[in-house]
Design a protein around this ligand. Structure first.
Ligand code: BEZ
Length: 210
């Protein structure tokens, strides 16, 4: 059987389907319908940067859960390797990993999500992270090299910004933090621009947080 060709998801597209074994049993993309999903790859089990990311993600899991957002890890390892590594993390560092980790030893999911960067490795996934909305649409992507751990506070901020802007139909400015003002959508007609309050630039207007 020929191998799945490598594809790169795009923002606004349906997330590629998958079904694979995980540390929580067989899981498919459709199992996450109705909640936000952070699907992320890490290069390998039993590696130092990945271990620090897993501990930080475990500590963020409740805050993400409060946003109706689930976590799902992935690496090109077996489910037995995942189980052994998660048990080691809990035993050595006192952190239980509450989220499932996909076993992608045939690289099927990694190839569908463009998680393999041949310039880095074709056997280990780079640090790719996809935020998928409750309807299965890719809303954000973060790609990091193997050598640098991701900022998990930024992942929480990103999911908070996505859920907040979706509910408010507004956008989030640079360095936005939860509770801060959002931005009104820019007017798209001369009438809309003229209707904007004097004193504010027609194209940039903040909406105070509730
Ligand atoms: C790490 O997690 O420490 C790591 C994994 C693969 C390449 C480089 C670093």
């Amino acid at each position: 059987m020929s191998e799945t060709p490598m594809t790169l998801p795009r923002l606004g597209d349906s997330a590629p389907d998958f079904e694979a074994d995980s540390t929580h049993g067989r899981l498919a993309l459709k199992d996450f319908r109705g909640s936000w999903l952070v699907l992320f790859s890490h290069p390998a089990d039993f590696t130092p940067v990945c271990t620090t990311e897993f501990i930080a993600l475990a500590h963020a899991a409740d805050r993400l859960g409060a946003l109706n957002c689930q976590l799902l890890g992935l690496s090109i390892d077996s489910v037995y390797s995942h189980i052994a590594w998660l048990r080691t993390i809990e035993a050595q560092f006192g952190t239980a990993i509450p989220f499932p980790v996909l076993a992608d030893h045939d690289r099927a999911v990694a190839l569908r999500y463009g998680m393999l960067m041949p310039g880095e490795s074709s056997t280990e996934a780079s640090r790719c992270l996809f935020v998928i909305d409750p309807d299965g649409i890719v809303r954000a992507m973060i790609y990091y090299p193997m050598i640098v751990g991701r900022n998990i506070e930024e992942v929480v901020r990103l999911v908070t910004a996505l859920t907040t802007t979706a509910a408010a139909k507004a956008s989030a400015p640079a360095n936005w933090q939860p509770g801060e003002a959002l931005l009104e959508p820019a007017p798209r007609t001369v009438e809309g621009a003229a209707a904007r309050n004097a004193g504010a630039d027609w194209f940039l207007q903040y909406r105070n947080a509730d």
